[in-house]
Design a protein around this ligand. Structure first.
Ligand code: NAD
Length: 486
């Protein structure tokens, strides 16, 4: 098998196997071939991972923050040096084209490790005076939470592992990471690289498994925090399991984000933004702008140019660097996306282009655009997570803001307009956590990323992530004789 890892899990600085766990086949989505087989973590494996994380966390929390930062930055350097091999593995695992994985996966993980490595020795408390010199005062200490669990989705496996591990480790925590069962391979390489970079064994462990392993981790009393990237239904389950023990959580969940294109927008930019926000990673991006509201005055021109540029997308072998779109990740996702395409046809949306599966082997779908979509159609309300764009019409700014906000989600939003004031005015009123004006789907580590409403809790990336992986201790210091009435 062409991508078989040394063993299923990575615990305490080494690959670990326990063949008693249920086997999980790993498929290359472009061919459907089995490229690896891993085993789900048994209770013994989970126990070992948590115990070693606990021991490593104690060592790590006692390590100078500057040294912690150096370890993370070395890991970033190693990832960059191995970008090609990591990207090829990511492409085999996810089916995303190498053209994308070379620039958006391991490199994005490296950015996070470098950024949080740089911040590790700047995670400080504050001094709070309560009077003048010599009077009582308070100081604060920013402490780690302890052992954090990361649970990943399958669309950005390396990035998700690093986006969770980097701030967690910078703050002095350890992490046990469970990748998605669909894409278990790359997190193991991240774990290997952490050790090479000088992290203590056990600081970043990887265990494989389905939802039951995630649930076992999320409910274990040795775990202080759970950070999930996944769908809203899974988020609700993990959030309530964590709540039963009052654990900290970060929830990065799904979306059905609006992208509003006004009639004064640069048409090429707007078409390019809508395509990036619907077809990148074969449409399997949580922040995708899948409800594209286009002003009626430019709608037909927009659709014509969109159809022309969509027809030119190079679909094919994702390992060929010229390929721009690969398959969807799995047979299940393939069936789901195709069922939504059929639903769109039945609901009466106008099929502008695509609308079919492409022949296998592997799980291929044509990039698909529906126009004349209305807000009540299920294709406009539910997350499809495939290359399916819904174009809706609007004329009035107030009206489109209300319609954009009429969703249970709140992950992302975008506006294309040349009117500076309108761009800011509209975004200010959209209820979404990660927004763009005249751009779409760029997520630099410097910017907070995360959702409002059912799209999530907490933020990844940026300084904001540090708040979600640390807790504040305040210390009151009495400088005077104790004034006790007793
Ligand atoms: P999913 O919810 O099916 O699974 C996510 C992870 O949770 C997997 O590792 C799975 O094994 C685990 N899991 C399932 N049940 C569990 C349980 N009861 N307890 C603990 N863990 C459990 O999601 P998916 O299909 O892997 O990924 C696609 C979804 O992820 C989409 O909805 C997408 O929008 C979302 N996503 C969000 C972001 C973000 O940053 N907001 C990023 C990527 C993907």
């Amino acid at each position: 098998m062409r991508a078989q890892p040394e063993a299923s899990h990575f615990i305490d600085g080494a690959f670990v196997e326990d063949a008693a766990g249920a086997p999980i086949d790993v498929f290359h989505p472009a061919t459907g071939e089995v490229i690896a087989r891993v085993h789900s973590a048994t209770p013994a494996v989970i126990d070992r991972a948590l115990e070693s994380a606990r021991a490593a966390q104690a060592v790590w929390a006692a390590t100078a923050p500057a040294e912690r930062g150096r370890v993370l930055r070395r890991a970033a350097d190693i990832i960059r040096a191995r970008n090609r091999e990591l990207s090829e593995l990511e492409t085999l695992d996810t089916g995303k084209p190498l053209q994308e994985t070379l620039v958006a996966d391991a490199t994005s993980g490296a950015d996070a490790l470098e950024y949080f490595g740089g911040l590790a020795d700047a995670i400080t408390g504050e001094y709070i005076p309560l009077g003048g010199p010599g009077d009582d005062f308070v100081y604060t200490i920013r402490e780690p939470l302890g052992v954090c669990v990361g649970i990943g989705a399958w669309n950005y496996p390396t990035q998700i592992a690093c986006w969770k591990a980097a701030p967690a480790l910078a703050c002095g925590n350890a992490m046990v990471f469970k990748p998605s069962e669909t894409t278990p391979l790359c997190a193991l390489e991240v774990a290997r690289i952490m050790i090479e970079a000088g992290a203590p064994p056990g600081l970043f462990n990887v265990v494989q498994g389905l939802g039951d392993v995630g649930a076992a981790l999320a409910t274990d009393p040795r775990v202080d925090k759970v950070s999930l990237t996944g769908s809203v239904p899974t988020g609700a389950k993990v959030y309530s399991a964590a709540a039963a023990q009052l654990k900290h959580v970060t929830m990065e969940l799904g979306g059905k984000s609006p992208l509003i294109i006004f009639d004064d927008a640069d048409l090429e930019d707007a078409v390019g933004g809508a395509m990036l926000g619907n077809f990148y990673s074969t449409g399997q991006v949580c922040s995708n702008g899948t409800r594209v509201y286009v002003h009626r005055a430019i709608k037909e021109r927009f659709l014509a140019r969109l159809a022309e540029r969509t027809a030119a997308i190079r679909i094919g072998d994702p390992l060929d660097e010229a390929t721009q779109m690969g398959p969807v990740v799995s047979a299940a996702q393939h069936a789901k996306v195709l069922s939504y395409i059929e639903l769109g046809k039945r609901e009466g949306a106008r099929l502008v282009c695509g609308g079919q599966a492409l022949p296998g082997p592997g799980w291929w779908v044509q990039p698909t655009v529906f126009a004349d979509v209305t807000d009540d159609m299920r294709i406009a309300r539910e997350e499809i997570f495939g290359p399916v764009m819904c174009v809706l019409d609007f004329e009035d700014e107030e009206d489109v803001i209300a319609r954009a906000n009429d969703t249970e989600f709140g992950l992302s939003a975008g506006v294309f307009t040349r009117d500076l004031k309108r761009g800011h005015r509209v975004i200010a009123r959209i209820r979404a956590g990660a927004c763009w004006i005249n751009a779409y789907n760029l997520a630099p580590v410097e910017a907070p990323f995360g959702g409002m409403r059912k799209s999530g809790v907490g933020r990844e990336n940026s300084r904001a992530a540090l708040d979600h992986y640390s807790q504040i201790k305040s210390v009151y210091v009495g400088m005077k004789p104790v004034d006790s009435p007793y």
